[in-house]
Each structure stands twice: as C-alpha cells, then as structure tokens.
Write a protein that binds this ligand. Structure first.
Ligand code: ADP
Length: 294
C-alpha cells in the first residue's frame, strides 16, 4: 500500500447559494446553505485514501464544533488523524457564495491552519515514514518548507500543489519533485499564459511539472523529455470543486504503487472526471473500485 503523508489545510466550507452575491453594504436572500468539509489538504487526503492509499494527515483543526466535524470526516474516510492537532480557537473556514451563473466569491479564514508554523518530531517521523508527501499552500509557508526539506532529506518524493498561487522561495522549490499547478497557477508562477511555455519555465526549478487544464486534461513535462498532453475523459461536469485535489490524491497513490507516469495520469484523470460529475468536493471523490471500473 502506498504510504502518503499530507501536510495541509482543513476548512469547513460554508456555502450559500443565491441568485447573485451581495455588493458592499447589501443583503440578499439566498435559497440554500450547506456546510461541507474541505481544505485542499483534507481533500487530497480523502482522495488518496479512497484511491487506496494509507494516508496520514498533518495539520490542525480548531477546538470548535467544525473541528470535531472535520476530524470525523477524515476518520470516516480512513485517514489517520493522530497528527491532526486540535488548536485553541476556531477551525479554518471558507465562506462561499455561489451565484446562479456558478461563479464563486470566497472569504477564507485560516483559523487553526495558521498555527501550523513548524513541525514537531512526530510530524517529521511521519514524513520520513511515507513514500510521498503532498503539500499545498494553505498552511504557513514555514511549515511547508520544513516538510519539503524533511522529505527530501529522507528520499521521500514531494508533490506540491501551488494553490493559492503566490511567489515561491527557492528553499521550497529546491525540495519539490513534482509541481502540479492548474493553468492559472502555472501562469501566475511562470509569467507565461501558455501552458507549454509555463511548464518550460517551471522546469528550471523542479524536475517534473503537471499543468492541469480542466476539461482539456493536463500537460506533463519533465526535464530532458518531450511534454505530453493527456486528454481528460469527456463527461458532463456538474461541479468541478475538488477536481484538482482528486487528481493529485489519486495520482500520488498510483505513482507510489510504481505505475508509470502515463498510467498514473490516466488513473488520476479518471478519478477527477468521476468527481466533477457529482456536486461537492470531498463528497464526490471516487473509491478505488469506481476508478478501476472506468
Ligand atoms: P483545479 O480544480 O485545481 O482548478 P483543474 O480545473 O485543472 O484543476 O482540474 C484538474 C483535473 O480535473 C483536470 O486535469 C482534469 O483531469 C479534471 N477535470 C476538471 N474539469 C473537468 C471536466 N469538466 N471534465 C473532465 N475532467 C475534468
């Protein structure tokens, strides 16, 4: 079984559906509200566990009701939460308004995620025991850098989802084996809007890049090789939330099982295509048997 450590965020997504988002100083009446466990770290952890990985989540929830629900959700998915700390204060929350065009406005409040500024000996040991370490950018950068460095020192493969996009220091990128930005993040990090050009720039700093391109699939590029475009399965998407996290979580499991890149990407694309056909993020991630059936 692939052992995966996820160093990342947990958020409770508080999702309001309304005809349109309110302007400044305005109140609108919406029609539906849902609380959905999320956070890019937790989403990748759930995707990897459902795809058949043995997953440990490193991060923090608050000591509020949301914290208990977020932990329960991960436990229920089979993710090991022994290293998911309960910090004093509120859990991370994402306050999301979805309008009738499907567009989002989001306020993210890091809450407990913000206290994860460094790793303790237990976390370092969990990273060292893993086959792969998955990271995103919703925790303080100091913890992400420390995790990447610890993984590299132990020969553990590192995968970074650079989201939300921000300038990244060399001390982080120097320890990343595979960078998986979406099209927008790739453009922001490289200064190049075209994905092939963006990937070539990013390859100066990391040995492998996968730029995900939504319904168009993804572009895989490695130093010294020809880039390869993989098409996504043609499906009717109802909600693309969590597609990227499903892709990465599943990809990590496949790579950890020693599958070649093309097969791993095909697996990840199949899982992400299943995810977009159902509403929600963690709620719509497929199980291994469903991925294998495609
Ligand atoms: P993110 O969710 O991080 O913005 P993308 O939108 O690029 O990332 O989606 C990640 C992956 O999910 C894509 O590479 C693709 O495999 C899959 N995917 C996303 N949208 C669709 C879609 N409409 N149809 C099929 N697959 C999709």
């Amino acid at each position: 079984m692939t052992r995966i450590a996820v160093l990342g965020s947990t958020h409770m997504d508080l999702v309001a559906h309304a005809a349109r988002a309110p302007g400044s100083g305005e109140t609108v009446t919406g029609r539906e509200f849902r609380t959905i466990p999320g956070g890019k770290g937790a989403n990748q952890a759930v995707a990897a566990a459902r795809a058949g990985g043995e997953v440990t989540m490193i991060g923090a929830v608050g000591d509020d009701l949301y914290g208990a629900l977020l932990r329960d959700g991960l436990d229920h998915a089979g993710v090991d939460t022994d290293l998911l700390h309960t910090a004093e204060g509120p859990s991370g929350t994402a306050h999301i308004v979805v309008d009738d065009t499907g567009a989002n406005s989001i306020v993210v409040i890091p809450g407990a995620n913000g206290v994860v500024t460094a790793l303790g000996p237990g976390e370092i040991a969990a990273v060292a025991a893993a086959d792969l370490l998955l990271m995103q950018l919703e925790l303080p950068l100091s913890a992400v850098v420390e995790g990447a460095r610890a993984a590299r020192a132990q020969g553990v493969r590192t995968i970074l989802t650079p989201s939300p996009a921000r300038p990244l220091p060399d001390e982080l990128l120097d320890h990343i084996d595979l960078l998986v930005p979406n099209e927008h993040e790739a453009a922001e990090l490289s200064g190049q809007a075209e994905p092939h050009a963006a990937a070539q720039i990013l390859l100066r700093q990391v040995p492998e890049v996968i730029v995900t391109l939504g319904a168009k699939g993804c572009l895989y590029a490695a130093r010294g090789g020809e880039p390869v475009l993989f098409e996504a399965p043609a499906v009717k998407a109802v909600d693309t939330t969590g597609a990227g996290d499903t892709f990465v979580g599943t990809l990590a499991v496949a790579l950890g099982e020693g599958r070649p890149v093309a097969e791993s990407v095909a697996w990840a694309s199949a899982a992400a295509a299943l995810c977009v056909q159902k509403p929600g993020a963690s709620t719509s991630m497929p199980y291994r048997s469903e991925i294998e059936a495609v």
